[in-house]
Every structure is written in C-alpha cells, then in structure tokens.
Design a protein around this ligand. Sequence first.
Ligand code: PMP
Length: 368
Amino acid sequence: MSRPYNFSPGPATLPESVLQQAAAEMLDWHGSGMSVMEMSHRGRDYGLIIEQCEADLRALLAIPLHYRVLFLQGGAQAQNAVLPLNLAALKPQRQMDYVVTGSWSQKSAEEALKYGDAQVVAKADGYTHIPNPATWRLRPQASYVHLCSNETVHGVEFHQLPDLRALGSGAPLAIDFSSHVLSRPLDWSRVALAYGGAQKNIGPAGLTLVVLREDLLGHALPICPSVFDYRLQANNQSMLNTPPTYAIYIAGLTLQWIKAQREGDLTGLAAVEARNIAKAQLLYDCIDGSQLYENRVDPACRSRMNVPFFLRDESRNAAFLAGAAERGLLQLKGHKMVGGMRASLYNAMPLAGVQALVEWLREFERQS
Ligand code: PMP
C-alpha cells in the first residue's frame, strides 16, 4: 500500500516503520500476551517501556542530569495554565514575561493572566518576524520569561534562543517547543523548562512532555491541581495519576526511529536535522523563485517545520488543493486564522514528499 503524503500540522504523519511495529506488537508485546494498552502502568513490562523512552529522550536531546522529564496529560494548552500555577510564585511579585510571536504564544499570555501579573514584553506585529531581543521589555523581578520556539500557525521559529542573562534578566526561560521538538538539538544552557504536546514530531495526541530544571520544582501555588504539580509528578515518576501509556509507548518507538536515522556521516538527531534543513530549503526556494506563491515570514526566522504560503491569486486556492489531493498530497489548507496554505514538514515527512509537493507547485504554476 502506498501511503499519501500527509502535511498536517498535527496530529501528524508518523514514520511508517513505527506504525508497522506498533501493529505487529498490537496483540502481544514481546511475548507478554498483552497489548501495551492493556498493561498496568505500574507493572514490570510497562516500567521497561517508559524507562527506555526517557533514556532515549535524554540521550537524543542531551538533557542534563539536573533536569527532570515528566510525561503528563492535558496537552500544551493545559501547560498555559500549569506553567504559571507552578512558576508564578518563584518571585513574590508573580510577574510573568511573555514574548508573543504568533497565535500560540498569544494564547499562552492570555491564560497566564489568570494567575498573576502576566505581561507581553515584546510582540511581533503581523506575526512575521521576531522582535530583536535587545528591545524586549524584560522585568528584573519576573518569575519567568515565556516564548513559543516554533509558532505552528504562523511559521515563525527561533533558530537561536535568547540568552536572557546577556539581556539583563535572571529569570528562567520557559519555552513551548510542541511543533519542533526533536527536529533539532536544544541549548539547555538557555532553557530552564520546555513543554510540548507529542502529536507533531513524537507520537499520538495525549502525551505532554515537560522537561524542567530541578530547582523549579516545589513552587506550585496552593490551588494547583495535584496531578499538575511538577514536584509531585517528578517525585512519582509521572505516575501520580495514570500516564498516557500507549502514547508514551509510540513516542518511545519514534525515538528509536530517530536514533537509527543516517544521513551521510550524520546519525540520529543530527541526521534528522540535516534532512529537515534540506526539506525546508527545497520548499522555500521553490516558493521564493515563483511568481504565484509567497511566504511572508522574515527569512531569518522561517520555520523548518511549518511553512505557510499564499497563492497571489486566492481564487485558485480550491483548485490548488484539489489537484494536490489527487496527487496524494494531503492536509495543505492553511489555518483559518491565516488562510492560504500550510505545509508541515515534521521529521517523519520524507524528502520525497517535499519533492512531490514542489513538483505540484511548479506544475500548478505552469497551468495558471
Ligand atoms: N502550542 C503549539 C506551538 C501548538 O502547535 C499547539 C497545537 N497545535 C498547541 C500549543 C496546543 O496543543 P494542544 O492541542 O496539545 O493543547
């Protein structure tokens, strides 16, 4: 069976070999006689699965030993509340600084207002660029600074994270890395906490990853629900409540797939990153070289993962999408907030998929 290329922003395409392995193990995981779905999260077999998943995540992202990994539920949007519930009180003023570069960080800032003095300290008009960090109005007493390191809807990515200390802020940096986690390495010297939903680059919806520095544990507000208290979850190996067991298992298979990737001399995450750079370059070059298509994001912060683009003649949108679907190129319609098109090029999208998309872009332009 040949599968279509699925450019969905998430839930998104997964490596075919991961799906095949999950299918092969569906009824009987490693001779246990059970599906992973049917296992107790406290049993020995499941313990092996979650421990391996954490070990592989730590190895791939080079997570330092003084950071903890939590496997939670609720999605990235729950973290918009959970983060302030846990970190607002790091300082008595409960100031939280938000950098807004797209709709997801805007949502985060709005939710945080419920829990303290959340302020937008920098905002990109039109969400097509990242304001120069030297102009951010960071507050010296802020409990933390938040940003979204890849804006899924607007296609804006931080290719370098800010060095808050160099900007005069001693606050920890918290990032929403939902839509580019594991697409590139992460500089933990600049990040105190990172969170993200799994349903783009890691696995199925239902799993939310939180990776945080140990000193951030233990500051939750009294009203914080226990299952969302980072310290309680860290002390209970993410098993204060039942974790999303099957989603963690699939995430583990995806991590093993990343480890096994090769690209020239590169292996693992470096190989995946090189491929992501090549895929994005191919698509942006095609868009920039055409008369029909345009991407409006500052080239310095164009996302490798999510590429929004527009047809200069919007009346051709439906014909473009119909022709794409006929060629097995699916889920290219842009977010309703932005319009136009969007191609999401997560790790599991092969180069061949982007080549097929580029061929269609060229063919459609010739026909127009
Ligand atoms: N942040 C980002 C960057 C996202 O892309 C998304 C989902 N598209 C969310 C947050 C919300 O995630 P969830 O639906 O898992 O709450």
